[in-house]
Design a protein around this ligand. Structure first.
Ligand SMILES: Cc1ncc(COP(=O)(O)O)c(C=O)c1O
Length: 371
């Protein structure tokens, strides 16, 4: 089976460096925060072109604390997209605010800026565009509309480490950006971890306090905070991986180009070329109304695929709200029915990718009407 991601292949390529880094944490006994996390924060801020970065224990916590730092709370509305991982909406709920959705542009799978203004009410506090699959949302119009209405923009950059939009790195385009280092992400920890980047010292200070029980001074709690600290071990692992992220991102982009070229003219619906910067291909998704058959056939041919994501958030039972019905966000709903992610990771070998391509073209012969 060719897997959709292969964490073991990546570990094998950096095993010695990781061993040294982990040994360093064991020797120092700095198991939460500590020097490795502090150094990672500096390096990651620089990488994103942001003034500061605050390490936390997951991407979800990053979103939660960024929203709290922005002053979002009960009674507020926060605008995001329904076609995302559930954490985007969950973090909004944690603050007591209500998520309000705008549909995606079906060509990019990201927030359609033309639909944003109509969703703004007197209660809207913030906008959370998601850079889904590693492709930046169309930030210029989103930020412009947000500024006009006095809203804070928090990027959900969980899938977009190193992505660029109009010459700028993701992580510095809104007031704050939130990254996940879940193991399967483009920059993945060996456990859970996340980061908020920001240029704003007030937000940075508040997030630093909130992640550590709302205190600046031990046992003095000036804010009601959380235990959302990043572990020292994750800081050390991520610092090793930062040395490789650019090469890995380029390898993803090469693999994506190979898929694009191999499927050109086949009638397979491939990701639209991204013209406004750098797509980092966390996910490479094709789409088809016959997705179940595609997935079944590819599995039979030894190619693992994924579905990111099969249900938009407004139709998830836990987040269903009487306000939303099937049909409210037709592009998100259709994408959720059609997307199929192919194997995509930096260590994907040419020969493996050729096997995937051959299997996909074989299935296309049966299932694509204009093949
Ligand atoms: C778009 C998106 N937002 C938020 C998250 C939450 O990140 P984490 O799993 O690190 O909490 C993820 C990843 O899982 C994600 O893909």
């Amino acid at each position: 089976m060719i897997p959709i991601v292969d964490l073991k292949a990546q570990y094998a390529s950096i095993k010695d460096e990781i061993g040294v880094a982990i040994q360093g944490v064991l020797d120092s006994c700095q198991f939460t925060l500590g020097n490795e996390v502090a150094a990672l924060e500096k390096e990651f801020a620089t990488y994103c072109g942001a003034k500061d970065a605050i390490g936390v224990n997951s991407g979800t916590s990053a979103l939660h604390l960024a929203l709290l730092a922005a002053g979002v709370g009960p009674g507020d509305e926060v605008i995001t997209v329904p076609f995302t991982f559930v954490a985007t909406a969950a973090a909004i709920h944690y603050t007591g605010a209500t998520p309000v959705y705008v549909d995606i542009d079906p060509g990019t799978f990201n927030m359609d800026p033309e639909k944003l203004e109509a969703a703004i009410t007197a209660r809207t506090r913030a906008v959370v565009p998601v850079h889904l699959y590693g492709q930046p949302a169309d930030m210029d119009p989103i930020v412009e509309i947000a500024r006009k209405h006095g809203l804070i923009v928090i990027e959900d950059a969980a899938q977009a480490h190193g992505a660029e939009y109009n010459g700028r790195r993701i992580g510095s385009l809104g007031e704050m950006a939130c990254f996940s280092f879940y193991p399967g992400k483009n920059l993945g920890a060996y456990g859970e971890a996340g980061m908020v980047t920001t240029d704003n010292p007030t937000y940075a200070k508040k997030i630093r306090m909130l992640r550590d029980w709302g205190s600046e001074q031990k046992y003095h709690h000036t804010l009601k905070g959380y235990n959302f600290r990043m572990e020292g071990m994750q800081g050390a692992v991520l610092r090793v991986k930062m040395r490789h992220i650019e090469a890995w991102t380029e390898a993803r982009r090469v693999a994506a180009r190979r898929y694009d070229e191999a499927f050109a003219g086949s009638g397979i619906e491939t990701p639209r070329p991204f013209t406004k910067g750098r797509h980092v291909y966390h996910v490479y998704a094709i789409r088809s109304p016959a997705r179940a058959k595609w997935q079944h056939e590819l599995t039979a041919k030894g190619v693992q695929t994924g579905i990111h994501y099969p249900l938009p958030v407004h139709l998830q039972p836990a987040y269903a709200d009487a306000k939303w019905r099937r049909g409210d966000f037709p592009h998100s709903e259709k994408a959720a029915e059609e997307v199929l992610s192919l194997p995509m990771y930096p260590e994907l070998q040419n020969a493996q990718q050729e096997e995937v391509v051959a299997a996909v073209l074989d299935v296309a012969r049966q299932l694509v009407p204009n093949y």
